[in-house]
Design a protein around this ligand. Structure first.
Ligand SMILES: [Zn+2]
Length: 207
């Protein structure tokens, strides 16, 4: 069932691991088939290098497993379902704990668009409050931020990105991390002008 989506999600999960975006089994990935309303999500707590297509469970939008994978589905399945319910046009969700973006999430500071890569995820990041991983409270609190941005920083946790094909959504998560890294370095250079976002007029030209 949904073999093509499973292949795409597996490929994105492995790529995220190889690029250093997700380490030590953290992060999770999914795609939805809008026609059937079923989604493929990464299994919980597995080494991605060992995963096979058949290991990915299929869920419906109530969270019920309609096809078993290996072990349990990611504990963050509620977060993914909330994203699909909030944004009916998206087809993939990528959640990472990438370090620079998570540092800004820990401090509750949105990542300023200091380099043009920010355009790729819609220029700004939105902030979501802190709730324990895997809870309905965490899932519910991303709904409003997702209405304003494709990239949400979840406080004391990590990053949630949404989009169409999962390759593009993963790229958004990679650019969130890249911009966060540059922003961090720029904030820590003691000379020169204060760090500022790219002027809105220039960002408009880019988009
Ligand atoms: Zn997480």
């Amino acid at each position: 069932m949904l073999e093509l989506l499973k292949e795409k999600v597996l490929r994105a999960a492995v790529k995220a691991e190889e690029s250093g975006l997700c380490m030590h089994r953290s992060g999770n990935f999914s795609m939805i088939d809008r026609e059937s309303g079923l989604l493929v999500i990464s299994p919980s707590g597995r080494d991605r290098k060992d995963l096979r297509v058949a290991d990915f469970p299929v869920l419906d939008l109530s969270g019920k497993v309609v096809e078993e994978g290996i072990g349990k589905p990611s504990i963050e399945y509620g977060l993914h379902i909330k994203a699909y319910e909030t944004r009916p046009e998206i087809r993939s969700v990528v959640h990472t704990h990438s370090h620079f973006a998570s540092a800004f999430a820990a401090k509750g500071i949105p990542i300023e668009p200091v380099v043009f890569e920010a355009v790729f995820y819609g220029v700004t990041t939105a902030l979501a409050e802190c709730f324990a991983p895997g809870t309905q409270e965490l899932a519910d609190c991303v709904a409003d931020p997702l209405k304003t941005s494709d990239a949400v920083l979840m406080r004391h946790h990590g990053v949630l990105c949404v989009g169409d094909e999962i390759d593009g959504t993963l790229l958004k998560a990679q650019y969130v991390e890249d911009v966060a890294r540059v922003y961090y370095y720029a904030l820590n250079i003691p000379v020169g002008e204060p760090v500022r976002a790219i002027p809105a007029a220039l960002l408009d030209q880019e988009t």
